[in-house]
Design a protein around this ligand. Structure first.
Ligand SMILES: Cc1cc2nc3c(=O)[nH]c(=O)nc-3n(C[C@H](O)[C@H](O)[C@H](O)COP(=O)(O)OP(=O)(O)OC[C@H]3O[C@@H](n4cnc5c(N)ncnc54)[C@H](O)[C@@H]3O)c2cc1C
Length: 316
């Protein structure tokens, strides 16, 4: 077993876990502050934007920017300011020790501070066609992709408030929005239910689940729906499918180390980046159940690095 960072010489100022907009922005700021951050990028380097094509709402790119290119640029910028990137997943942490320990498989690393930026993933349906078309007609973010469906037909899967919000937002662009729900009534709050029901562009596919996402090989052309009461199948032509069945924060290996809410989101105790452990900070979608945007994640990454730098300064 290799131990790195177990003697004083090797103790890092800061380890950043995650390489989406939050982690890499934290790395840019920490790097510029001279902290030489060590970044565990994870196997899913670049985060959620690696699954999309055009990002049209990130400031500074009036013609939009390719998601993977934006992340590659952030990575280059972080490395330019001295961030060291390890393309592996962190697999365990020990925040009870000082310095903190972060393990990646059998290797262990030590740091005076840690920034958690592991993000969250949209819950998937797990049906044929979904993975192949994710980011190419299957989306988990109406704010991000809604504008691509002007005058088209889209479907939203889910029955909660988020699903209603996504559906109502999509009616600004799409000519028709079908809400697919496995029950005969919605879980959403009364006000959201009523708004959706009153919108002439919204139709409901009750007692239905998605059995398959249909495509012509490159883009979504429809969904195959299963009636949960009769098991009958029917195909509904659509141009885009939005998943609104929740998100899962990637926090399993932080359990017992840092305070989380009941869904596993890490709690930022000051509403910004401070966690229940002094010296451990959190940023981006892994603590955000509300905004979930690249720019809010990046902004929060900046805050985490500034808070972390201040903590290290006060500690020394
Ligand atoms: C298809 C799609 C399209 C989108 N389009 C837009 C858009 O147009 N505009 C917009 O603003 N937002 C968009 N979003 C939302 C945006 O991508 C997210 O809000 C943003 O990426 C969140 O950034 P983050 O850094 O918090 O997390 P993420 O981007 O999720 O990054 C998390 C990082 O943590 C890493 N990680 C996880 N576990 C570990 C571990 N154990 N060890 C090391 N690393 C780990 C992952 O590898 C990943 O690099 C889109 C999302 C999706 C899925």
């Amino acid at each position: 077993m290799t131990f790195t960072g177990t003697n004083k010489m090797d103790v890092r100022e800061v380890i950043i876990i995650g390489s989406g907009p939050a982690g890499l922005t934290a790395a840019i700021y920490a790097g510029r502050a001279g902290l030489k951050p060590l970044v565990f990028t994870g196997y899913m380097y670049g985060g959620q934007l690696m699954f999309t094509t055009l990002v049209e709402n990130f400031p500074g790119f009036p013609d939009g920017v390719d998601g993977p290119r934006l992340m590659e640029n952030m990575k280059t910028q972080a490395a330019k300011f001295g961030a060291e990137l390890k393309h592996v997943d962190a697999t365990a942490v020990d925040f009870k020790k000082r310095p903190f320990e972060v393990a990646a498989g059998k290797e262990k690393f030590a740091a005076k501070s840690v920034i958690i930026a592991t993000g969250a993933t949209a819950r998937r349906l797990g049906v044929p066609g979904e993975s192949k078309l994710f980011g190419r007609g299957v989306s988990s973010c109406a704010t991000c992709d809604g504008a691509l469906y002007k005058g088209k037909t889209v479907a939203v899967v889910g029955g909660g408030d988020s699903a209603m919000e996504e559906a109502l937002f999509l009616t600004r662009f799409a000519s028709r929005v079908v809400i697919i729900h496995r029950r005969g009534e919605l879980r959403a709050s009364k006000i959201m239910r009523e708004s959706a029901a009153a919108n002439p562009k919204i139709k409901f596919a009750w007692f239905s689940t998605v059995a398959e996402v249909l495509s012509d090989g490159t883009r979504v052309t429809g969904v195959r729906l299963k009636d949960v009461r009769t098991s009958e199948m029917r195909d509904v032509p659509i141009d885009g499918l939005f998943l609104a069945i929740g998100h899962v924060p990637l926090t399993k290996f932080f359990k017992g180390q840092v305070d989380m809410d009941e869904e596993g989101y890490i709690i930022a105790h000051d509403g910004a980046t401070r966690t229940s452990v002094e010296g451990v900070f959190v940023c981006g979608d892994v603590r955000d159940t509300r905004y979930r945007q690249a720019i809010t994640a990046a902004a929060n990454g900046c805050q985490a690095a500034i808070d972390c730098e201040k903590y290290l300064r006060e500690m020394s």
